[in-house]
Structure formats: structure tokens, C-alpha cells
Design a protein around this ligand. Structure first.
Ligand code: ZN
Ligand code: ZN
Ligand code: ZN
Length: 425
């Protein structure tokens, strides 16, 4: 088996070619495998805890795709599996069509066994809104729903008609059993009933797919935009007034926090916290012991829900508070990552409704690939890529700078009303 290494940029991994995405490589079309297939021992971990509660983030490996199960590369390896498995010969005189292990040449698995020309991936695949993906059922399609070909290993040809308009209507599928002497027109794939329910084990990006899926499957072009919607969560690395405590409770004090969570009697819990707080801990924070006890109790009450993720609105609210008032930041845990100054707003800008301008000379955003959706980004079910690997997710850091501008709310409200009046008139 030949071995191939390809390189895909890190940002591309996060946005368009994460686990479950289809990627076009020079010789074949493949699907990026799930994190359970990656060599996660070789990835570079990011030492941080995000406000959404991600505790294990890692940088996407640089050398990231191997076909043929290449075991060891310095930064880990991301295997890619062939997908779709159906391919066709690019030679118009040959037209062989089938699963690649049936039609590939012995010498080179990317070439046709009959004429040695390049094999190209089938144009059509199926997806469902639960994130599944599969080959189109070509055998059943040609044989009108049943698996009833007189040949055990039927050989197909996919022929383009004279018109060559590029549409599916030009394509006819033939099988050596000759059930359809004129060929089966590919435009019929959209009305083919056996292809309409998703089915089972339609997760080729992981080794063992899950049980039956009864939602409708849709037939799409392999490169269609609805095949993969990456779910990227973004947050700014901003110091908040609580960050020093959060960090301490979550990291150095985590064992104690775990024990305290088990105590349901609040009075006893209060006393236990008192006993745990040795003077050397209290002095680290420069506040009264009783205040620190309160902070811990707040933390316990706040973080005790089942969800480890802060909701979207509170994340944005925190960011807004820090960006609009950077001077409140006193306990900067990441001084190299955040730096901002308030700029004076002159009267002309104030009259125009601008309330505040903050010049940010250093800002970092962290983008985490949480999962992906297919078919329907609004109504679909997200595939959580880190669930099966203990909550580990690939992430990238993006450093930048910029201007933060906030508008005067009462002036904005007035303006909104004014335009509404205009509309009514
Ligand atoms: Zn061929
Ligand atoms: Zn047949
Ligand atoms: Zn499905």
C-alpha cells in the first residue's frame, strides 16, 4: 500500500477540514477521521482554561494527514480515509465505476485497473441532519431497489452523453447484467426511495458508527456547502476581575473544590472552607479571610450546574464589560495578551452618538472546534467531536489589535424610533 502525506494549514483544520469533513487531496477525496483515530499523545496541549469551561485544548498538528495508517510523526498524525468509496475512471473511453477496491490497479490504488488512468471520486453522496454521511447506494439504485444483480461483483460504467451540459441528466449508469440497456439516468437519484432514510453506521470518519438513524437522508454533490458546517466557538482572552480566583479554584484548589461540592449542608461547608483556608493561601489574595470564603461559596454556587459551559450571552457580556472599561482590569493574569487604553471622544463624535473608543493594542481570540453539523445548521444535531476523547478539542489562538467603539444607548434608541416613524409615514 502506498503512503501519502499531505499538509493542511492549521486554520483550515479548524474551519473547513476538521473531523468529519471531506477534503480533496491530490490523488483522492477523503474524510478527516475523528479525534479517537488521531494520535493525541503527540499533540501540543494549550495550558489554559477557557471561560466556557474547556480545560483540554490542543493545537492542531502540522503534519496532519496520512493515508494508509502512518503511525509516527513528530506532531501526531491525522489519518484520512477514502470517501466516497465509489470512484470512476477519468478516461471517457473506459468509464469504469465502482468501489475503489474493486476498480483500482494492483500497482497504484489511485489508478484504474483497466486503463491506468486516474480514478476520480463519485459526484454524489448522502447526508442527514444528524451529521451522518454515506455513499449513495449505487447497487440498489441501478437494480431498482433490490440487490439482485446476476453478477456477484457487478461491473459498472458511468457514461456521459453527447450533449455534455455537465448536468446529471447527461449521465447514464450501466451494469454488465444489462438490466437497463439504455442505461439508468442519474437524474433519477433524487426520486430513488431506498436512498431516502439515512440507515445505520453512516459515520465513516470513525471506526465504528452508531446504530440505525431514521431521519431522511438527502442526496447532495460531494462538494456542496451543506456537507459540513464547523461549529467554532470563539472567545477573547480577557482578564476579568474574577480570573485570579477562578484560576486558583479550578487549578490549584481543585481537589478541595471537588470535596466541597459533595457537602450539601451549607453550614458545615462554610466551616470546612474556613478550616481549609490556611493563612498562606489568604495572603496570596490580599483580602480578608471572610471575603475569600464568600468568593469560594459564590464559585461553588455558580459552577454547580450540570453544564460546564457558560452561556453565550454571559461570555459576550463579560467581554463587553472589559472592552468598554479596560481600567477595571486590575488583576491581569495574562498581561502579554491584553492591553488597551481609553481614547478621548471629542464633542463631534459624541454628538454623532459615539460614547466610548478604546484602542486595543493587544488582544487574543481563541477559537475552539467543538463539532460540526450537516444538511441543516439550524435544525440539525451537532456531532460533538471531543465527547469520546474526554472533552479534548483542537483550538487556535489568533492575535490581533483593533478599536472598540460603543454607542450611546439613549441616542441609539431615539434614532431607532425616528426611523420607525419615517417608515410609518
Ligand atoms: Zn479506466
Ligand atoms: Zn447488475
Ligand atoms: Zn443519519
Amino acid at each position: 500500500m502506498s503512503k501519502k502525506i499531505h499538509s493542511i494549514r492549521k486554520s483550515q483544520l479548524i474551519f473547513n477540514s476538521g473531523p468529519g469533513a471531506i477534503v480533496d487531496l491530490s490523488d483522492f477525496s477523503g474524510i478527516v477521521t475523528g479525534l479517537e483515530c488521531w494520535d493525541l499523545d503527540k499533540v501540543e496541549r494549550m495550558e489554559r482554561r477557557t471561560r466556557r469551561g474547556f480545560t483540554y485544548l490542543f493545537k492542531p498538528p502540522t503534519i496532519r494527514s496520512g493515508y494508509g495508517g502512518i503511525p509516527n510523526y513528530p506532531h501526531g498524525v491525522v489519518p484520512i480515509k477514502r470517501f466516497p468509496t465509489w470512484v470512476q475512471c477519468s478516461n471517457p473511453e473506459c468509464n469504469i465505476f465502482g468501489q475503489f477496491w474493486h476498480v483500482k490497479s494492483q500497482r497504484n490504488e489511485f489508478k484504474c485497473q483497466r486503463c491506468d488512468n486516474k480514478l476520480v471520486p463519485a459526484r454524489l453522496i448522502r447526508i442527514c441532519k444528524h451529521g451522518h454521511i454515506s455513499d449513495f447506494p449505487w447497487h440498489q439504485f441501478y437494480h431498482d431497489g433490490g440487490d439482485i444483480c446476476s453478477f456477484v461483483e457487478p461491473k459498472y460504467r458511468l457514461v456521459v452523453s453527447e450533449q455534455q451540459s455537465g448536468s446529471l441528466n447527461d449521465l447514464r449508469l450501466f451494469c454488465e447484467c444489462n438490466r437497463h440497456p439504455e442505461g439508468k439516468n442519474l437524474v433519477e437519484v433524487y426520486s430513488f426511495p431506498a436512498g431516502k432514510v439515512c440507515g445505520r453506521r453512516n459515520q465513516p470518519w470513525i471506526d465504528d458508527g452508531d446504530g440505525p438513524c431514521t431521519v431522511p437522508a438527502i442526496v447532495v454533490l460531494r462538494g456542496a456547502s451543506n456537507v459540513y458546517f464547523p461549529m467554532v466557538l470563539s472567545e477573547l482572552t480577557i482578564p476579568s476581575s474574577e480570573s485570579k480566583y477562578d484560576k486558583f479554584f479550578a487549578q490549584e484548589f481543585s481537589r478541595e473544590i471537588h470535596t466541597l461540592r459533595g457537602l450539601t449542608n451549607l453550614k458545615i461547608r462554610h466551616e470546612v472552607i474556613h478550616d481549609l483556608l490556611k493563612p498562606e493561601i489568604v495572603t496570596q489574595f490580599g483580602i480578608e479571610k471572610e471575603q475569600l470564603v464568600l468568593k469560594i461559596e459564590e464559585y461553588l454556587n455558580d459552577d454547580s450546574g450540570s453544564s460546564i459551559f457558560k452561556d453565550e450571552e454571559s461570555i459576550r457580556r463579560e467581554e463587553f464589560d472589559v472592552l468598554s472599561n479596560p481600567t477595571i482590569v486590575t488583576e491581569d493574569i495574562v498581561p502579554k495578551l491584553f492591553s488597551a487604553n481609553v481614547v478621548e471622544v471629542d464633542s463631534i463624535l459624541q454628538r454623532a452618538g459615539i460614547d466610548k473608543i478604546v484602542a486595543i493594542s493587544r488582544l487574543q481570540e481563541i477559537r475552539v472546534l467543538r463539532g460540526f453539523l450537516r444538511a441543516d445548521p439550524k435544525d440539525g444535531k451537532m456531532v460533538d467531536i471531543g465527547e469520546s476523547v474526554g472533552g479534548r478539542y483542537p483550538a487556535v489562538e489568533v492575535n490581533g489589535e483593533g478599536l472598540f467603539i460603543s454607542f450611546n444607548e439613549s441616542q441609539l434608541n431615539k434614532w431607532e424610533k425616528k426611523t420607525e416613524c419615517h417608515r410609518e409615514m
